[in-house]
Design a protein around this ligand. Structure first.
Ligand code: E4P
Length: 230
């Protein structure tokens, strides 16, 4: 399972990329607006930090302008995935960009029918928004299961299921059980995934006991003898 991070905050991206666990980044116009920074240069910087796919979203709604915007965004770096909305014009743009060899992430997917269209249009990624479905009392993860199952029936579909609008670690675990290819994680969710009170408690007691031994791993040579202090 690949982990993308769902932010345009450069400091967060640098910090989380240093864990070695980050395979890509997703941005959207709202996340860019939150940074208060220039779109193109921010995305270029992100592409230099993370070598995997970096989603940058078009903002036009008609095919001709979306295509021009998508081509411009694709020129920023080789690892750009142009993000288009799941509309008729968006999918037309997806087909054209995908045929030209550009990665496309189709966003704002809320139904299996839409996901089938995106795969037919050659999308590299389909982004179903699970959290926003949960918000309207519809189980977002059921949509992921449906799309994963449908795509499996058609090995010629190359589209990866990218679970978006993730609200917590349980979404990630459910997505992994279903075999989703990618989850895009808000930074706080990735951090929450490390946490367990029994890990903290266990570590504290190990360290307390270790202290009693008076030993230090780096203070011993390879045979275990205590090294003389410098
Ligand atoms: C990712 O590609 C989406 O833009 C993002 O996950 C949306 O998440 P939200 O519903 O928390 O805004």
């Amino acid at each position: 399972m690949k982990f993308f991070i769902d932010t345009a905050d450069i400091n967060e991206i640098r910090d989380l990329a240093s864990t070695g666990l980050v395979d890509g980044v997703t941005t959207n116009p709202s996340l860019i607006a939150k940074t208060g920074r220039d779109f193109i240069s921010t995305v270029r910087e992100i592409c230099q930090i993370v070598p995997g796919p970096v989603s940058a979203e078009v903002t036009a709604t008609d095919h001709a302008t979306m295509l021009k915007e998508g081509q411009k965004l694709a020129r920023i770096a080789k690892n750009i995935a142009v993000k288009v909305p799941l509309t008729r014009d968006g999918l037309k743009t997806c087909k054209r960009l995908s045929d030209d060899g550009t990665m496309v992430n189709v966003t704002l997917c809320f139904s299996a029918a839409q996901a089938i269209l995106a795969a037919k249009a050659g999308a590299s990624f389909i982004s179903p928004f699970v959290g926003r479905l949960d918000d309207v009392a519809t189980d977002g993860m059921l949509l992921i299961k449906d799309i994963v199952d449908i795509y499996k029936q058609y090995p010629r579909f190359k589209t990866e299921v990218l679970v978006a609008s993730v609200r917590g670690p349980l979404h990630v675990v459910a997505a992994a059980r279903m075999g989703a290819h990618v989850v895009t994680l808000p930074p706080n969710v990735l951090r929450q995934m490390y946490a367990h009170p029994l890990t903290d408690k266990g570590l504290a007691s190990f360290l307390e006991d270790w202290k009693k031994t008076g030993q230090s791993i780096l203070g011993a040579d390879d045979s275990g003898k205590k090294q003389a202090a410098e």
